[in-house]
Design a protein around this ligand. Structure first.
Ligand SMILES: *Cc1c(COP(=O)(O)O)cnc(C)c1O
Length: 351
């Protein structure tokens, strides 16, 4: 650490992104990217937009916001776009957590990092048996709630009925629903915005729209909250969504057929692999995402992780007490998952 870092950041522990190896080719099942490339019309739109790279992008991403508003059935005034949903979630921690932040003890590991970064007091609530989120556990909490739905890395969703109860528990408490994985078979909370003003819904083009490398996320909420966050956005960096990304996003929304096709393939592969993993002696959660969360009955998570790594397959594991034997495995192509299952069979056969 240099002598120049502000002392309040001396203890900051940053988020650890999943490995993006450059030295060796892996079957990469560790960061929940799409195994499918973007469609041709997105690639063409990016190339075309690059012809105007000498110009700044539209700071309000007007066309893309309009298109997304149509897709979601809301007004453009209800939408803010960001450099991945990570940027937008960071704004929520920065600006909308006067009474602190509250989230499950097992969840997206960026939430506590943002809390630390922005000096937000946070509290975690234990998930119940089988990683289930019990909404009554949040009834008395006053801090802004952050809930991925489905939750990550467990893959387990809660219903919109449960989200409504969270919203009703305290109308003066903000509830942020992080829908990074909602496209893979879960319902969106966006329609609830018609009834509730204490709701924010975020999502991303990274997981279900083959655009993790473009960095594009969205946040939907009341006009008042959007105005507040616009203020934060333009006090930080007006141009976080670059020209090529805006073009890519528009083209992606113009190609719903490709989007649905990839999504359906991933859901089918996921459900097939969930069954095969159970047959191999793994416990699995009922995932409604593009990843699987699993644990073998006798072999440690560390052993399986290492054996897969040595076989050229990268998955994700956290060294946290409650989930140290669990692995989060991104749903890849059927062929990649075939190779995964072959390796897992070898590992379980020899140990
Ligand atoms: C991936 C992910 C995000 C962030 O995605 P971006 O790539 O920044 O849009 C947010 N929340 C959860 C739970 C995620 O898994």
């Amino acid at each position: 650490m240099s002598q120049f870092l502000n002392s309040k950041f001396s203890q900051l522990i940053p988020y650890t992104p999943g490995l993006q190896p450059t030295d060796k080719t892996f079957i990469k099942l560790n960061t929940n990217e799409s195994p499918y490339p973007p469609p041709a019309n997105v690639v063409e739109a990016v190339a075309k937009s690059a012809e105007s790279l000498q110009l700044y992008p539209d700071p309000s991403a007007t066309k893309l916001t309009q298109k997304l508003a149509e897709t979601f059935g809301v007004s453009p005034k209800n939408i803010l776009l960001g450099n991945g949903s990570d940027e937008l979630l960071a704004y929520c921690f920065m600006a909308l957590c006067e009474n602190g932040a509250v989230f499950p003890d097992i969840t997206y590991t960026f939430y506590n990092v943002w809390s630390e970064l922005y000096g937000v007091e946070y509290k975690t609530i234990s998930l119940r048996e089988n990683f289930l989120l019990e909404i009554t556990d949040y009834a008395k909490e006053e801090g802004t709630l952050f809930i991925p739905n489905p939750n990550a890395p467990t893959g387990i969703p809660i219903s919109n009925k449960e989200i409504e109860i969270l919203l009703q528990q305290n109308p003066n408490r903000l509830v942020v629903i992080d829908e990074a994985y909602a496209d893979f078979g879960n319902t969106s909370a966006i329609p609830l915005l018609k009834k509730y003003t204490n709701l924010i819904v975020t999502g991303t083009f990274s997981k279900s729209r083959q655009m993790a490398g473009a960095r594009l996320g969205w946040l939907v909420s009341s006009e008042e909250i959007i105005n507040d966050l616009e203020k934060i956005h333009h006090s930080f960096n007006s141009y976080t969504v670059n020209r090529m990304t805006q073009a890519a996003g528009l083209a992606s929304l113009d190609n719903e057929a490709y989007f649905s096709d990839c999504k359906e393939k991933i859901i089918a592969t996921r459900d097939d692999v969930l069954q095969k993993l159970s047959d191999l002696g793994f416990a699995v959660t009922p995932s409604k995402t593009n990843f699987i969360f699993c644990k073998h009955s006798t072999i440690s998570g560390e052993t399986i992780y290492q054996n897969l790594y040595d076989a050229g397959i990268l998955v994700r594991r956290w060294n946290a007490p409650k989930i140290k034997d669990w692995l989060r495995i991104t749903v890849g192509t059927p062929k990649e998952m075939e190779q995964l299952l072959t390796e897992l069979k070898k590992i379980t056969d020899r140990t």
